[in-house]
Design a protein around this ligand. Structure first.
Ligand SMILES: *[C@@H]1O[C@H](CO)[C@@H](O)[C@H](O)[C@H]1NC(C)=O
Ligand SMILES: *[C@@H]1O[C@H](CO)[C@@H](O)[C@H](O)[C@H]1NC(C)=O
Ligand SMILES: *[C@@H]1O[C@H](CO)[C@@H](O)[C@H](O)[C@H]1NC(C)=O
Ligand SMILES: *[C@@H]1O[C@H](CO)[C@@H](O)[C@H](O)[C@H]1NC(C)=O
Length: 372
């Protein structure tokens, strides 16, 4: 009798301890030392957020032939296949990072993609059609609080401090005036305009840092005047690069290197990786065959000179378009965006490259994921 009661109590205790210990803390499901990957910015990184907002097809890529090479269906990525961030995730042994707005997506362990095609650091950039950087930041706050809630404050914060935050931002701030209303730029000189873009980006970086984020990665902006879609804007210049846009891009890239260098000095524990997207793209545009491409300047998909008319897929203003046979031979996929093959090469440099000759530093992405 006593023994049976004893074993009953013992059984009950074991049951009770099992049931109460560790409740709500998902140690079992959650790999220790997880390094989440948070992605911010524009169409170079958007994995499909714009599929779920009220926007126009100018900012969407959820129709054929987008996605044709790898996914075999349009995911919303502006490419024939995967993006830079998809390859980085793969190298970090993470699955594809889903878009924040994807219905039903609630398990943020591996990270979240907040990027939105057309977005800029300035709220004015394509306003009403995109999720601007500040709104991406408020979505990030929701996810950061999910981490603290799900893992407990300490482990949640430790996880955020291990997380890598990748940004691609600025291109749309500099291109949108030329594509919508160039007189916007009459109100500013180049350095004040670039100062606003960098200022707004810096605010977001500091906010993430204040919330415990420590690891950041950036790509700079390409020579914007020379992308196919920008070359054809001025009908009288016969396809040469649009110098006004390139000048802004050059200033931006200088200012970005400088501000990151300063932030690293001022913010304890702030670590970053900056990839020279600009010079890597220019190399491939000028010497495509050196990198295994056949065509460096004309896009695979689009119409007109350089296929600079943004008509890939035929769902925008211009309905007819040409599609190349083999996207692997092209650096540019459409009038503004790159092929999966180009992104893969860039991701390889960002992941394992060194400051010379691959132009990534002070950390590469591999270091950034691995340091704690
Ligand atoms: C979407 O945007 C269009 C034009 O900007 C507007 O007319 C429409 O009401 C919006 N739809 C929703 C559901 O917000
Ligand atoms: C740009 O404008 C700002 C303020 O309006 C001024 O301080 C600065 O000197 C100007 N820079 C150039 C290069 O003109
Ligand atoms: C951010 O951008 C706005 C324009 O959208 C500008 O008025 C403001 O000065 C910028 N902020 C910083 C810190 O540069
Ligand atoms: C325009 O550019 C093409 C190719 O770059 C060149 O062959 C042609 O001579 C140029 N035309 C003029 C008027 O400059």
């Amino acid at each position: 009798m006593g023994r049976r009661l004893g074993s009953f109590i013992f059984f009950f205790l074991v049951f009770f301890i099992n049931a109460t210990c560790c409740r709500g803390k998902s140690q079992q499901q959650f790999p220790k030392k997880q390094v989440p990957f948070f992605i911010f910015g524009d169409s170079f990184l958007d994995a499909g957020n714009n599929n779920y907002i009220n926007t126009s097809t100018l900012d969407q890529a959820n129709f054929w032939p987008y996605g044709l090479t790898y996914f075999k269906f349009p995911t919303g990525r502006f490419s024939d296949g995967r993006l830079l961030s998809d390859f980085i995730a793969k190298r970090a042994k993470l699955p594809l990072i889903p878009p924040f707005l994807q219905p039903g997506f609630r398990q943020y362990y591996h990270g979240v993609n907040f990027a939105s095609s057309g977005a800029g650091a300035l709220a004015e950039t394509f306003r009403g059609f995109v999720i601007d950087l500040k709104t991406q930041l408020s979505n990030y706050y929701k996810v950061a609080s999910w981490f603290r809630h799900t893992l407990g404050n300490d482990e949640g914060e430790a996880t955020i401090s291990r997380a890598v935050h990748l940004f691609s931002i600025g291109s749309n701030d500099y291109m949108s005036p030329f594509l919508t209303n160039p007189t916007i730029l009459n109100n500013y000189n180049d350095s004040t305009y670039v100062g606003m873009v960098i200022g707004n980006l810096t605010t977001v970086i500091k906010e993430i840092y204040r919330g415990g984020g420590r690891k950041f990665a950036f790509i700079n902006v390409p020579e914007l005047g020379c992308v196919p879609g920008m070359r054809i804007i001025k009908s009288d210049n016969n396809g040469s690069c649009l110098e006004d846009a390139t000048r802004l891009a050059t200033l931006h890239n200088k200012a970005l290197s400088k501000v990151l260098f300063e932030l690293e000095k001022r913010l304890e524990g702030f670590k970053y990786s900056l990839f020279d997207f600009n010079s890597n793209l220019r190399q491939r545009m000028q010497h495509p065959s050196k990198y295994g491409f056949k065509e460096g300047e004309t896009a695979c998909c689009g119409s007109g000179q350089y296929r600079g008319v943004f008509s890939c897929g035929g769902k925008r203003r211009v309905k007819e378009f040409q599609l190349c046979k083999n996207p692997k031979e092209y650096v540019f996929w459409d009038s503004y965006h790159l092929t999966e093959r180009t992104y893969r090469q860039f991701a390889d440099q960002m992941w394992g490259g060194t400051s010379n000759p691959d132009d990534v530093g002070p950390y590469n992405m591999k270091n950034l994921f691995q340091i704690h």
